[in-house]
Design a protein around this ligand. Structure first.
Ligand code: NDP
Length: 318
């Protein structure tokens, strides 16, 4: 292959050791495509047609004049749009694979069980060597889980929760028809949705409308003693409001995977809060194989002139 004249795919999250396996995967379907790491100085910026990225440094994407597609290596694209110079004319695709859906469904189901069975309180009692036979929790069949965001992930999570016996409601911009899931939409139905959410799961994309959406006002509309699972984005949760709601007992426990600042600083008080379980943005990390498969599907569609899968909609903001 003549690297100097071929189209290039740049990837910004793989190590030197991982590069040969990535090249091997792409070589059969795309023998003419050159794969390189982000910091490879030998790559001609004019030849870069595709990028697969997590948090590219601001300004870098604008340096590729012939870029055809910006592929996010995550379901969200906020880490790309935070670059004010991101080229407006280049389509951006999201990364949602079967593995993304399975892992997210695993995580949210685990977190829902943890909150339903009062696991934050049980862990706190254990740390103090306290026998906690009063912490019995409740049944899945008596627990209503409300999902903010009934998109790809919200829908997948809803079906797994239903299979595990939970009652499931969902809220989205437009109404949905999903078997056994009560659908609520728009700001006018939000209050009614919240009143019926014993556990609230956030799976909204990061947009102007969803920032800080989990506020004092929202938390106070949940049933007293509700639980929170935040797997969307950190900026959607007002942490001060959550701490107030935990202190008053309005919220009984929270499982948080995403934070406004990641990694969460070591001195952040959230770490030590007995009502909170923290994971480090791992709810739905997927394998390189799954990422490569989807990237290949996107490149194939682009080359065949077909609609790109999982295209970010600039008008909607997600
Ligand atoms: P989708 O774009 O498929 O779905 C987004 C959903 O949110 C849709 O149902 C949409 O409504 C709804 N929505 C958007 N804006 C509003 C609004 N203003 N009011 C009401 N509803 C709204 O996204 P995904 O399901 O693929 O992903 C969701 C998010 O999950 C990602 O953006 C990412 O931030 C997060 N995520 C986190 C991961 C982790 O590891 N923690 C991993 C993967 C994703 P409608 O259906 O009407 O369009």
């Amino acid at each position: 292959m003549n690297v100097a004249s071929s189209e290039t795919l740049l990837i910004n999250f793989i190590s030197e050791d991982e590069l040969p396996a990535w090249r091997e995967r792409f070589s059969r379907p795309f023998p003419d495509l050159h794969l390189a790491r982000w910091d490879d100085c030998s790559v001609d910026p004019d030849r870069v047609s595709y990028v697969l990225v997590w948090k590219p440094e601001p300004g870098r994407l604008a340096q590729f004049p012939n870029l055809k597609v910006i592929m996010s290596e995550a379901a969200g694209v906020d880490h790309i749009l935070s670059d004010p110079l991101v080229p407006r004319h280049v389509p951006i695709t999201r990364m949602v694979t079967a593995e993304t859906l399975s892992r997210m469904a695993d995580y949210v189901t685990m977190a829902a069980y943890m909150l339903m069975r009062q696991m934050p309180d049980i862990i706190h009692a254990q740390r103090q060597s306290l026998w906690s036979d009063h912490l019995t929790g409740r049944l899945a069949s008596e627990t209503r889980v409300g999902i903010l965001g009934l998109g790809q992930l919200g829908t997948g999570v809803a079906s797994r929760l239903l299979a595990n016996g939970f009652k499931v409601n969902g809220w989205s911009r437009r109404g949905k028809q999903i078997a056994d899931v009560q659908s609520f939409s728009g700001s006018q139905q939000l209050a009614s949705f919240l009143r019926q959410s014993d556990i609230l799961v956030n799976l909204l994309p990061d947009t102007v409308e969803t920032r800080d959406i989990i506020s004092d006002e929202l938390l106070n509309q949940l049933p007293a003693g509700a639980g929170i699972i935040n797997v969307g984005r950190g900026h959607q949760l007002n942490v001060a409001a959550l701490l107030r709601a935990l202190a008053s007992g309005q919220i009984k426990g929270a499982v948080l995977d995403v934070f406004a600042q990641e990694p969460l600083p070591a001195d952040d008080p959230l770490w030590q809060h007995p009502g909170i379980i923290i994971t480090g943005h791992v709810a739905s990390l997927i394998s390189n194989e799954a990422k490569a498969e989807q990237a290949m599907a996107i490149i194939r569609a682009d080359r065949d002139g077909l609609p790109l899968p999982l295209l970010y909609n600039r008008e909607w903001g997600y």
